[in-house]
Write a protein that binds this ligand. Structure first.
Ligand code: SPV
Ligand code: MG
Length: 284
């Protein structure tokens, strides 16, 4: 559980910790290359990479397999986005046992009902009752063998249309149930909801944010407002879609790749990301 301990230390270091999303090993390598502190095993990215909606369609095993892939190829801790915990409290217990045994540093579970849909879908953002989710957090903490394993409780209160009082009540109860950090999600175009939350937040555990829609919020300002963990959850796959689309379009239009050779990664670049030389050295 070295990575879990490392993540725990990072989260209590007092500096802003930055995570970025990935859906495959190559993505995790790029996240590490660019100096992030942790990899977010995004349920949105992992689903989208299979051209499926982020709607609890994939199984726990599908998500775990990807989280393990991210973990193996990078030395960064993986924070696994585990949606609702893949069902009820029993599923949460099973999930924690499996993720911890696989060496994943942290899981994040959210207070929506199973099956859930991605937070940016306009419908179906139904919250689980507060006592039921508190129970899930307790079960998650009790199911972990090591004290280092990190359980992040995510509230979708703002996503579901609640006011700040309800979101604070939920977050405070989740902290009191033993959550190691609270992720407060918001789909506002500015950090207004987060700022109202942070100004009244009264627990010593870290707060995490996902600035997908309020993207102009500078990381330094988030840190000053009291954020400990900032997660750039889905930018890798969104970049990839635009890059692939543009290159494929150009090949079709131009009849050769001459116009895009300078824009795409060289084979040498990919060989390095694959650590090809290290692998070939095993033959000697
Ligand atoms: C994910 O990356 O799957 C998340 C964050 O849960 S978001 O899609 O921004 O809601
Ligand atoms: Mg998700």
């Amino acid at each position: 559980m070295e990575k879990a301990r490392h993540l725990r230390e990072l989260l209590s270091s007092g500096r802003l910790i930055r995570a970025a999303g990935a859906h495959d090993g190559l993505g995790a390598v790029l996240v590490q290359e660019q100096g992030f502190d942790a990899v977010w095993a995004s349920s949105f990215e992992i689903s989208a990479a299979r051209a499926l909606p982020d709607a609890s369609l994939l199984s726990m095993t599908d998500y775990l397999r990807v989280a393990v892939e991210l973990d193996r190829v990078s030395s960064l801790p993986v924070i696994a986005d585990c949606d609702t915990g893949f069902g009820g409290a029993l599923n949460v217990a099973h999930m924690v046992a499996e993720y911890e045994a696989a060496g994943i540093a942290a899981v994040c579970i959210e207070d929506k009902v199973f099956p859930k849909v991605n937070s940016f879908v306009g419908q179906g953002q139904d919250l689980l009752g507060l006592p039921e989710f508190v129970h899930k957090i307790r079960v998650a903490k009790e199911s972990a063998r090591s004290e280092d394993f990190v359980v992040i409780a995510r509230t979708e209160g703002f996503i579901a249309g609640c006011g700040v009082n309800d979101v604070l009540e939920r977050a405070h109860e989740y902290a009191d149930a033993g959550a190691d950090a609270i992720l407060v999600h918001s789909k506002a175009s500015t950090p207004v909801e987060l700022l109202s939350f942070l100004s009244r937040w009264q627990r010593p555990i870290p707060v995490a944010v996902v600035p997908t829609t309020y993207y102009a919020w500078h990381a330094d300002d988030a840190a000053k407002a009291g954020v400990s963990l900032i997660i750039y959850a889905n930018h890798g796959i969104r970049a990839k879609v635009n890059a692939m689309r543009s290159v494929l379009r150009s090949i079709q239009q131009d009849g050769s790749t001459v116009n895009i050779e300078g824009e795409i990664a060289s084979m040498k670049d990919i060989f390095e990301l694959q650590r090809l030389e290290d692998w070939l050295a095993l033959n000697q």
